[in-house]
Design a protein around this ligand. Structure first.
Ligand code: NAD
Length: 368
């Protein structure tokens, strides 16, 4: 039995015809025998600006899975930056290997040389399997990197900014659904109380919401519960809790066939990437059930706003102002979704694509 990804690679156009290819401008395969580097850089679009997106290092089951990951992620970055109003394109990189065993400074420097060779068309940042020190190592070779240490001029930890953006998106969704953005007394389940989830819990408990938390890490649950007075959810199925808002802040794809049909919430607004296992199918189910979904790639954009600030050299206040604007963009998307009778995800994609098309159009006019 061959997997879906493998069967895709048995077609005549395994790359250009790949589901996630979606007109990528450039894909660079990086190989270095001496350091063992095997990496892929995907540049989906540079229409709005340089393609910015993190580098992920992890073991993949096979190369096809790595290609699929980089294409899917770099395409996602194009829309995240477009919808957020940033002058950035979409790109991403993957390094194939175990970050705990295979990562060396030499390997990171060799990778940085490949990034440098793209002359700024791609700018890298941190993602899974990467640390701030790795970005500092890359900075020793190329300027085309963000997310470096604050002591070296970097913008620092993006998670509190991401949490603030999610909070803004959640409030906008509440105003749309309930007619008020006041979250006091609302029952909110935060799934995953890591870097982003914890700060979100802080905002919510400060406002007087009734916050429930769940996490696979029991130490963290205890810590966050004691610190902010949140209630630990002890059930085995989140759908058994009657809540106003569900905030997925751990893994993606938690909205699946079962949860889309059974979740007892009015609103979904969280930080996790790719919350809908199937954007069209599950988006439609939520819409039919009257559940408001605040698109993840918009409301978790605080992190990219933070690294963009590093490039532009603007300060904390400007970062927070831009992140606050997620509230207005969320409202715009939800109104469009209602007016055009489409899912909120579709509405967000439409707005992002319109911005890209406009930029393309004005480029054509400038060149003529
Ligand atoms: P994190 O690793 O600090 O926290 C994730 C938490 O989720 C951990 O406490 C972990 O124990 C918990 N968890 C893992 N699996 C779980 C499960 N099955 N059920 C319940 N809890 C589980 O990560 P983070 O930086 O807080 O990011 C959270 C999510 O937001 C991720 O999906 C990430 O991709 C996304 N995101 C983060 C940022 C950022 O700035 N950190 C930006 C954009 C998107």
């Amino acid at each position: 039995m061959i997997s879906k990804i493998e069967s895709q690679f048995q077609t005549e156009a395994p790359i250009f015809g790949h589901n996630s290819f979606d007109n990528h401008e450039q894909i660079l395969f990086c190989n270095d025998k001496d350091t063992g580097l095997k990496a892929i850089i995907g540049i989906h679009s540079t229409t709005l600006g340089p393609a910015l997106g993190g580098t992920r290092m992890r073991l993949y089951n096979n190369e096809m899975e790595a290609i699929n990951d980089v294409l899917r992620l770099s395409r996602g970055m194009t829309f995240k930056s477009a919808i957020t109003g940033l002058n950035l394109g979409g790109g991403k990189a993957v390094i194939i290997g175990d970050p705990k065993k295979d990562k060396t400074p030499e390997l990171m420097r060799r990778f940085a040389e490949f990034v440098h060779g793209l002359s700024g068309a791609y700018i890298t940042a941190e993602d899974m399997g990467m640390e701030t020190e790795d970005m500092d190592t890359i900075r020793g070779v190329t300027p085309y990197v963000t997310g470096i240490s604050e002591s070296k001029g970097g913008a620092g930890n993006p998670s509190p900014v991401t949490a603030y953006g999610v909070y803004m998106g959640m409030k906008a969704a509440a105003a749309f659904k309930h007619g008020t953005d006041i979250l006091e007394d609302k029952v909110i389940l935060v799934e995953g109380v890591g870097h982003v989830g914890e700060v979100l819990v802080e905002h919510l408990t400060n406002e007087g919401a009734k916050v429930f938390i769940t996490d696979i890490d029991h130490e963290r649950l205890k810590f966050v519960s004691e610190r902010y007075g949140a209630t630990i959810f002890t059930g085995s199925d989140i759908c058994s809790l009657k809540m106003d808002i569900y905030a997925p802040c751990a893994l993606g794809a938690t909205i699946n066939d079962y949860s889309a049909e059974n979740l007892q919430a009015d609103i979904i607004a969280g930080a996790a990437n790719n919350q809908l296992a199937d954007a069209n199918k599950h988006g439609e189910i939520l819409k039919a059930r009257g559940i408001i979904y605040a698109p993840d790639f918009l409301i978790n954009a605080g992190g990219i706003i933070n690294v963009f600030a590093e490039l532009e050299g603007y300060g904390r206040q400007e970062i927070m102002n831009k992140t606050k604007n997620i509230y207005h963009t969320t409202t715009k998307i939800l109104e469009r979704s209602r007016d055009e009778n489409i899912t909120s995800n579709e509405a967000a994609m439409k707005i992002a694509n319109e911005r890209i098309a406009q930029a393309k159009q004005s480029k054509v006019h400038t060149e003529v």
